[in-house]
Design a protein around this ligand. Structure first.
Ligand code: 8YV
Length: 312
């Protein structure tokens, strides 16, 4: 008999197929009544497959007293109540490393697009403005600019390597100094002051909530750019919107937002921002690798073995 698991939300179809091969999957997102769905499954379900924003809160854990494992699709586990999981001795796994290069590609694309305004210049062409309204206005180069990485983890390092290839200089701020050659700044304000582009690559969650606020943006200044590949929560979004409109910073490139995918419609009118719909890891190859790791953690656990990528 295949073990029974709950899948919280619709996931990548290839991963769902692999889950279906190994487990009997109960799809929470298809259930009309969550409470009745959970009550029926509670005596039998020992594992949960979840992802990104769906996460798992304490109430869900309480509804499943036999739960032993929450296997997340994604490196970020900010939507999972880790303290509640720990308290209930529930193992939480994520999918680190397999997405580093892909997310770093997206970050570099945001830096390039934000400074060089390629999406805006393409809109200019498509609107028939090229020639009719002259050439597209000049933008600014990456070469020689300082990229300040807020959160120099494995993804941050992969981003830094790409930025170096574009002739940028690197600085960073982390909770603790790392064994790297790049200059360290003691706090986000100092990093912003010393950077042309402030790039967020921290985890989400309470510890980094609104780490980038008005003080940090003031330190970055009107020539500075913000790029966020982390979580919407890391930046004070209403303040960022205002600063962009008032040109108190030069521009922003964002892959993540508060309350995504229902983003604030004010974003649609901000010309000095390049906006991606959370596509950091969104390639077939990377999502396949992430899904495989999610499935592997589940399989190992049900085989009585230690999981591969444990968070708590
Ligand atoms: C995914 C991510 O989009 O890994 C993460 O934490 O944010 C992205 O790679 C997300 O997890 C998909 O659910």
């Amino acid at each position: 008999m295949k073990p029974e698991i709950i899948v919280t939300g619709k996931i990548f179809s290839r991963t769902q197929e692999k889950l279906d091969q190994a487990f009997t999957c109960h799809k929470m997102y298809e259930a009309a009544e969550h409470a009745a769905f959970l009550k029926e499954l509670a005596p039998r379900v020992r594992a949960l497959a979840t992802f990104g924003p769906a996460g798992a809160d304490a109430a869900l854990m309480d509804a499943l007293p036999k739960l032993e494992l929450i296997s997340n699709f994604g490196v970020g586990v900010d939507a999972i109540d880790l303290a509640a999981a720990k308290q209930r001795r529930i193992i939480v796994t994520n999918t680190p490393d397999v997405l580093n290069e892909c997310v770093a590609d997206t970050a570099l694309a945001l830096v390039l697009n934000t400074l060089r305004m390629f999406p805006q210049s393409e809109r200019f062409l498509r609107a028939g403005d090229w020639g009719a309204r002259g050439a597209y206005p000049l933008t600014t180069s990456l070469g020689g600019k300082v990229l300040g990485v807020l959160g120099l983890g494995r993804i941050g390092e992969a981003i830094a390597r790409r930025a170096l290839a574009c002739g940028m200089q690197i600085r960073y701020h982390n909770r603790s100094k790392k064994d790297v050659a790049w200059p360290y700044d003691p706090d986000p304000v100092a990093l912003a002051k010393n950077s042309d582009v402030l790039l967020m690559a921290t985890p989400g969650g309470a510890e980094t909530s609104k780490l980038v606020n008005a003080r940090v943006l003031d330190a970055l200044g009107p020539e500075g750019y913000v790029v966020n590949i982390a979580r919407g929560s890391v930046i004070d979004e209403p303040v960022l919107l205002r600063y962009l409109k008032e040109k108190r910073i030069a521009g922003a490139g964002l892959d993540v937002f508060d309350d995504e995918p229902k983003i604030n419609p004010e974003w649609f009118t901000v010309e000095n921002a390049v906006l991606f719909p959370h596509v950091g890891s969104a390639t077939v190859e990377t999502r396949t690798a992430m899904g495989d790791l999610q499935v592997e953690n589940l399989r190992l656990h049900f085989a009585g073995k230690p999981v591969r990528t444990r968070v708590v």
